[in-house]
Design a protein around this ligand. Structure first.
Ligand code: SF4
Ligand code: SF4
Length: 82
């Protein structure tokens, strides 16, 4: 039987997911087609708040990897610049 790797690859903070759908903590902005909390350089301005909120949870949003990695132009571009 074939083995499939089901782990998500590392999040490299490209911001692509935050211009597709807001996460549980996000808030959609129709005018900008992105989450209200995404900064100009595609980082999450609620990072510290979310980190604090989830610090005692077994499964955390940040650190769980990227599951929007297929055909993700922003992630691919950022990987090429590494
Ligand atoms: S699309 Fe993936 S790599 Fe980019 S910010 Fe979201 S989780 Fe991270
Ligand atoms: S709250 Fe942060 S991680 Fe969630 S969608 Fe908005 S910018 Fe992205």
């Amino acid at each position: 039987m074939e083995n499939f790797n089901t782990d998500c690859p590392e999040c490299i903070q490209c911001g692509f997911c935050c211009i597709q759908n807001p996460c549980y903590y996000g808030e959609w902005n129709d005018d900008y087609s992105s989450c209200n909390f995404l900064t100009e350089n595609y980082l999450c301005s609620k990072y510290n708040e979310i980190y604090e909120n989830e610090k005692n949870q077994e499964i955390k949003m940040f650190g769980s990897g990227c599951c929007l990695n297929f055909f993700n132009p922003m992630r691919i571009r950022k990987l090429k610049l590494k």
